[in-house]
Design a protein around this ligand. Structure first.
Ligand SMILES: Cc1cc2nc3c(=O)[nH]c(=O)nc-3n(C[C@H](O)[C@H](O)[C@H](O)COP(=O)(O)O)c2cc1C
Length: 199
C-alpha cells in the first residue's frame, strides 16, 4: 500500500498513521492552573528530544488546558505511566471543566514535586520536573498555521523509584512502561534485548 496523507487515499476505515508511528511514549503531564487546580492529561505526541540539556516536548491539538497552564505558570511534570496505570491514564484524558482535577476524577494520589509546584502522580515510578522553554505553533510546508502547539521544557529534576533499579540500571521491562499505538490501542514494555553498538 502507498497513500498520500493529504489525499486520505489509504482506503482504510481509519487513518493508520498513529499505528505506523508506534509505540509512542506517553507524557502524563501534570500542571497547575493559575488558580492552583492540579490538571493531569496524557500526551503521546511526546518525547525526550535532547539529553544534556535534557529537553522534552509535547504537541497539543489546540490550546488545551495543559498548554494554557504551562504558559501561565512556566512549569510542568511529565509522569511516565506504566501498565497498572493504563485505566487511570485513559480516564484522565476525559474533558472536564478547568476548575476540576483529573487527579480526583481518576482517584490518583498526588506526590509533591521538589523543584516545581505541580504535583506528581504518586503511583508513577518515574517523573520529570520541567521548566517551560517555549511553545510554538506548527506550520505546514506551505507556511499555514495548523492549530498544533509544541511545548518544550527543560528537565530540572528526575524522580526514579529505586525498586526498579537493578545492578545500576533502570528496568523498563519490570516497570512495564506504557505507550500509545494507533486507534485506542496501548502497548507496554515487556522485553528488553541489549545490543551493543558497533565500534
Ligand atoms: C493515550 C492518550 C494520548 C493522547 N495524546 C494527545 C496528544 O499528544 N495531543 C493532544 O492534543 N491530545 C492528546 N490526547 C487527548 C488529551 O489527553 C485530551 O484532549 C485531554 O482532555 C487534554 O487535557 P487538558 O485539556 O487538561 O490538557 C491523548 C489522549 C490519550 C488517551
Amino acid at each position: 500500500m502507498f497513500y498520500e496523507p493529504r489525499r486520505r487515499n489509504h482506503g482504510l476505515p481509519h487513518n493508520p498513521l498513529k499505528a505506523i508511528v508506534a509505540p509512542r511514549p506517553i507524557g502524563w503531564i501534570s500542571t497547575l492552573s493559575a488558580d492552583g487546580v492540579a490538571n493531569l492529561a496524557p500526551y503521546s505526541f511526546f518525547n525526550l528530544v535532547s539529553e544534556t540539556p535534557d529537553i522534552v516536548m509535547f504537541s497539543s491539538h489546540g490550546l488545551k488546558d495543559t498548554v494554557r497552564n504551562v504558559m501561565a505558570t512556566g512549569e510542568f511534570v511529565c509522569n511516565l505511566p506504566t501498565l497498572e496505570l493504563m485505566e487511570a491514564v485513559n480516564l484522565s484524558s476525559k474533558p472536564i471543566p478547568p476548575g476540576e482535577s483529573e487527579f480526583d476524577l481518576a482517584e490518583l494520589e498526588r506526590a509533591p514535586s521538589r523543584l516545581v509546584k505541580p504535583p506528581r502522580v504518586a503511583a508513577a515510578p518515574c517523573a520529570l520536573e520541567c521548566v517551560w522553554i517555549e511553545t510554538t505553533e506548527l506550520r505546514d510546508r506551505h507556511g499555514a498555521t495548523t492549530g498544533r502547539h509544541i511545548t518544550y521544557g527543560e528537565v530540572i529534576g528526575v524522580h526514579v523509584d529505586e525498586a526498579y533499579v537493578e545492578d545500576g540500571r533502570l528496568r523498563t521491562d519490570r516497570m512495564r512502561s506504557l505507550a500509545r499505538c494507533g486507534y485506542f490501542d496501548y502497548a507496554w514494555v515487556e522485553t528488553l534485548r541489549s545490543v551493543p553498538r558497533p565500534t
